[in-house]
Design a protein around this ligand. Structure first.
Ligand code: FAD
Length: 631
């Protein structure tokens, strides 16, 4: 009797939560629109249920789209609903899958609109309590570096991640890692422009003793470089420090900058020890100032950092809790941080994570939080929701709010970076062809800025042009494409042309016509630019630093990529010392609390150099964990 009642109850519950719909049973292929073209699914229907969904093709970036592919079809089948949530970090792919399944439902004679209305009632469970030596908030580059270093150092570690997978902004990034590593210099020649820049940095008025020390070191190192007859690029961590400090208007903390530049080099070696392999080239990216950026020779964009560190963390026995938003830090009676509370973003289940040794906040900046960026911005004055961002939707400043609640000091919060070259509508950076240091033209076909400048200078100059956009012009050798015509996000040129992000033409005149600017002016601009690049002398825009591949190859084909500024990086955040310990407003250390990555402030001042974030987040994540374990 009891068995019968329990069966009856199950049937009643099933009927309550899973409404019956009628389908023509069979397997149907549906299509939807993803970020990069069509998504195809095969959906198998019984007579009254969706039984199985398989995503058979999807061009969206692996690593990012995977989350949606794992989550959305499973949820549709579980809840028999087209009203399921998108995966937080892969919204467009999720919507494409939903559209494709709806297409299949329609073919099977199902009622698409009724299925969209099926409520997905998820019931919060009892509180889940977990415990480890170290709790890390956020699974981007900083969080995974901290988690891996802590787990490999022998600690038990729990990583709490708001999204359905690791990644954050790190996985979306171009993956350019700025570090003055001595092993990669011989690839690039030392140009006349670079020589005059080194002299200029040595001669700058020092802002403090630390900077004077860096300048003295560079003077000696540079002399030795030239005396040895080296004709390749000069670089050193001390030059990196001067450029970072100067590039942020001396608003960064020189002690943090010094720590970062040395630890960036160590972080490169640490990543290599974990199997990360690098392209031999060392390049300049938009606003990087120097040819100091390295990238993976295997993975697209920022995906390698996440894959390598995610695997290393798992191998070291680390544990991750996904779809869980950390909410509040837990303090003991002495004020020491002893854990964090969280809540499931799927069903509202509460969590508490007890940390025996300490907590590391690594949950990124606040570029995707419109309210916060409007509250704090001191540079742009109008960062409304209408201004696109390059950031992942989960990058909403939660760590800053949590730290503030326990009395942490914040620094540089008004310093927000606009990336000069993003998609004018979506803010995407992946649909690009061309180096960020190539020639830019406005709608009138003219140059308007020294393209090797700082990012804030470039963004302001672009915003002042007709329509507040520009075109980056390239030919193959400065297109940043590989031999298969894929960009560094591994997206194919043909797809980017089809999408409308890139315009291609065989002649300069044809390109001018296609982008709607006067052909004679445009051709003259290109001819002059090549001359200036050859002579490292640009009387029009005052540019002196031209990488070897800056000029256009005049035989074409030629490419134009329309770009505009988008909210990109928040330089301010939680105040930390060189051990990445969090400082309180009175200057004391908050025991048990560390922070690393974009959630912190003090490294970049008013303007971050391109490539300086990915290196900083890996270096400081590792630094935080190492110091926490040594405490
Ligand atoms: C499109 C793009 C391109 C870029 N390209 C480059 C480049 O080439 N070189 C470079 O140096 N820099 C680049 N940057 C900047 C750089 O990628 C970021 O500054 C850096 O990756 C931030 O790393 P992070 O670990 O601090 O944060 P993120 O990688 O953003 O990770 C933060 C993580 O915390 C999670 N999280 C947030 N809130 C919570 C919470 N409450 N609870 C739990 N988890 C939470 C998020 O979901 C996310 O996974 C780029 C940025 C973007 C957006």
């Amino acid at each position: 009797m009891r068995k019968f009642l329990s069966l009856l109850l199950s049937v009643v519950l099933f009927l309550m939560v899973v409404p019956a719909f009628a389908y023509d049973a069979g397997t149907y292929t549906g299509t939807g629109q993803g970020m990069l073209g069509e998504i195809k699914v095969e959906v198998t229907f019984g007579e009254d249920a969706i039984e199985n969904i398989e995503v058979v093709s999807c061009n969206d970036s692996a690593g990012i789209a995977d989350v949606a592919i794992a989550k959305v079809p499973a949820d549709i089948v579980t809840y028999q609903s087209l009203g399921v949530d998108a995966a937080t970090s892969a919204t467009i792919t999720s919507m494409g899958i939903l559209e494709a399944v709806a297409d299949a439902v329609a073919q099977a004679g199902g009622d698409v609109e009724a299925l969209k209305d099926v409520a997905v009632d998820k019931v919060a469970g009892e509180e889940v309590a977990m415990e480890a030596d170290v709790v890390i908030i956020g699974g981007g580059g900083a969080g995974l570096a901290a988690a891996t270093a802590a787990a490999e150092g022998g600690a038990s570690v729990i990583l709490v991640e708001k999204g359905a997978a690791y990644g954050g902004n790190t996985i979306l990034s171009g993956g350019y890692f700025q570090a003055a590593h001595p092993d990669y210099l011989e690839y690039a020649p030392l140009t006349e422009g670079q020589k005059s820049e080194i002299e200029r940095y040595i001669a700058l008025e020092p802002k403090d003793e630390r900077m004077a020390g860096w300048q003295a070191a560079v003077k000696e190192q540079y002399k030795a470089h030239i005396d040895a007859g080296n004709e390749y690029l000069f670089d050193s961590p001390e030059l990196h420090m001067i450029q970072t400090y100067d590039g942020g208007d001396y608003l960064g903390d020189s002690a943090l900058i010094e720590m970062m530049a040395y630890k960036d080099v160590e972080a490169m070696d640490w990543l290599s020890e974990h199997g990360f392999t690098w392209k031999p080239s060392t390049v300049a990216i938009v606003g990087s100032i120097w040819m100091r950026c390295k990238a993976s020779d295997t993975y697209a964009s920022g995906q390698g950092f996440i894959k390598i560190l995610g695997d290393a963390f798992a191998a070291a026995g680390g544990q991750s809790v996904f779809d869980c938003k950390a909410e509040h830090l837990i303090q003991d009676e002495t004020g020491k941080i002893v854990g964090v509370t969280g809540v499931s973003t799927v069903d509202g289940t509460p969590y508490s994570f007890k940390a025996g040794k300490g907590v590391i906040i690594a949950c990124g900046g606040f570029g995707a939080n419109v309210e916060m960026r409007q509250e704090y911005d001191e540079l742009w004055g109008n960062l409304t929701a209408a201004v696109p961002t390059t950031n992942a939707p989960t990058i909403t400043g939660d760590g800053i709010v949590m730290a503030k609640e326990v009395g942490a000091a914040l620094t540089g919060m008004g310093q927000i970076q606009m990336l000069p070259l993003a998609d004018p509508v979506s803010g995407r950076t992946s649909n690009v062809i061309g180096e960020g240091t190539n020639m830019y033209v406005n709608q009138e076909g003219k140059r308007f800025v020294d393209e090797s400048s700082r990012r804030d200078v470039l963004a302001k100059a672009i915003l002042a042009q007709t329509g507040s956009y520009c075109y980056v012009i390239s030919t193959f050798w400065n297109s940043r494409m590989d031999a298969d015509y894929k960009n560094n996000y591994h997206l194919y040129l043909d797809d980017l042309i089809a999408e409308g992000a890139v315009v291609a033409a065989d002649t300069l005149e044809e390109l001018a016509e296609k982008i709607g600017c006067p052909a004679d002016v445009f051709v003259e601009t290109c001819t002059n630019f090549n001359k200036y690049a050859a002579e490292s002398n640009d009387p029009e825009c005052g540019r002196v630093v031209f990488p070897e591949n800056a000029a256009l190859e005049m035989e074409g084909p030629f490419y134009a990529c329309k770009r505009a500024p988008a909210v990109h990086h928040t330089m301010g955040g939680i105040k930390v010392n060189t051990k990445n310990q969090v400082e309180a407003e009175d200057g004391s250390i908050i025991a048990g609390l560390y922070a690393a990555g974009e959630v912190t402030g003090g490294f970049h001042g008013s303007n971050r150099l391109g490539g300086n974030a990915v290196s900083e987040v890996i270096a400081t994540g590792r630094n935080a964990a190492t110091n926490l374990l040594a405490e």
